[in-house]
Design a protein around this ligand. Structure first.
Ligand SMILES: Nc1nc2c(c(=O)[nH]1)N[C@H]1C(S)=C(S)[C@@H](COP(=O)(O)O)O[C@H]1N2
Ligand SMILES: [Mo]
Length: 317
């Protein structure tokens, strides 16, 4: 019956009163009927079980190991090394959490993510994931299509793009306190509205049938499997429908290296490295880690190529 665990702060960092109030806040974020016993207090390397069922579009590939999916991460709010997000996200509290959907919509939403985690509509989608740094994994996500929520918000005909915003919480995010990365917080991302409505686009709330660990973007993050991993913005608080193409974090940092579209494309190299092939994280061969050819749209061309048929993908990278 337990639904969500958040990492327990070290006893030295918290007074009994703080602990009491933080637990009360979590209870308020869940629906009535859940007792205190439902709240786990163990460190959440793995989360609680979700009510999930197999969804469409899953790859018939063996998922990457849980230790690689939860131990080799990019989440600069917690540091720049691949091991930093797992090591430094223990203070982050993903619940209670409100996800807002606003901007050019007729029916703005304020969603209680603690309640969404109890949804029985949660789908499992085993997707290939390709980072712009030329490595890849296969990740079994659990979530709901973003289109379901956008339709509920009822987009205004003027809306052309969707803007996403991560959380800004320097007290819980060491990479926002020291800001070695130079990122202007919060992390922001965007999609064209038709990309956001594509049935592949997922709002993920779990991996391996359980709630997301902090390092993977708890409690709710975006997954756009035909685009480079940086489009998959983590720990989302706000979604806004807008008329103009919104600014995006990596494009703002280095516009000649990271475009708005960021579609996986083996024919368009990054200015500093080839995108023709990728390291398969967790794989072993006689010669060490395997490399494999990168697929156009990461192998999802059948579902998404039409979205770009009138575009020059070398210019709109
Ligand atoms: N808020 C936020 N979201 C983020 C990032 C980040 O640094 N901050 N990194 C991105 C990058 S570069 C990648 S490859 C994916 C990694 O997701 P994973 O760690 O769950 O595999 O998250 C993306 N989402
Ligand atoms: Mo990435």
């Amino acid at each position: 019956m337990a639904l969500f665990r958040y990492p327990q702060p070290r006893p030295s960092e918290i007074t009994p009163k703080d602990l009491y109030f933080s637990r009360r806040k979590v209870i308020a974020g869940l629906s009535a009927g859940l007792g205190v016993a439902a709240l786990g207090t163990d460190p959440a390397q793995a989360g609680e079980k979700l009510h999930t069922h197999p969804g469409p579009y899953s790859a018939t590939l063996e998922p990457t190991s849980r230790s690689d999916v939860t131990g080799y991460n990019n989440f600069y709010e917690f540091g720049m090394d691949k091991s930093d997000p797992a090591a430094s996200s223990g203070d982050f509290k993903p619940l209670p959490w409100t996800l807002e959907i606003g901007g050019l919509v007729r029916n703005p939403q304020r969603l209680d993510v603690g309640q969404m985690l109890q949804s029985s509509d949660m789908e499992e989608r085993i997707y290939r994931m390709r980072c712009v740094e030329a490595w890849s994994m296969v990740i079994p996500w659990d979530g709901i299509p973003l289109a379901t929520l956008l339709k509920a918000a009822d987009p205004d005909p003027k809306a052309k793009f969707v803007a996403f915003e991560s959380v800004e919480r320097p007290s819980e995010m060491p990479g926002q306190r020291n800001n070695i990365s130079g990122i202007e917080w919060p992390y922001v991302e965007g999609l064209r509205l038709d990309e956001a409505m594509n049935p592949l686009t997922l709002l993920a709330m779990g991996i391996y049938g359980e709630t997301l660990p902090n390092q993977n973007g708890a409690p709710v993050r975006l997954v756009v499997p035909w685009k480079y991993g940086f489009k998959g913005i983590k720990s989302i608080q706000r979604i806004r429908l807008v008329e103009e193409m919104p600014p995006t974090t990596w494009n703002r940092l280095a516009p000649s290296e990271y475009g708005f579209y960021a579609n996986v494309n083996p024919e368009v190299d990054h200015p500093r490295w080839s995108q023709a092939s990728e390291r398969v994280i967790g794989s072993r061969s006689l010669f060490g880690e395997k490399r494999q050819p990168t697929l156009m749209f990461n192998g999802y061309g059948e579902q998404v190529a039409d979205l770009y048929k009138r575009m020059d993908l070398h210019a709109s990278y």
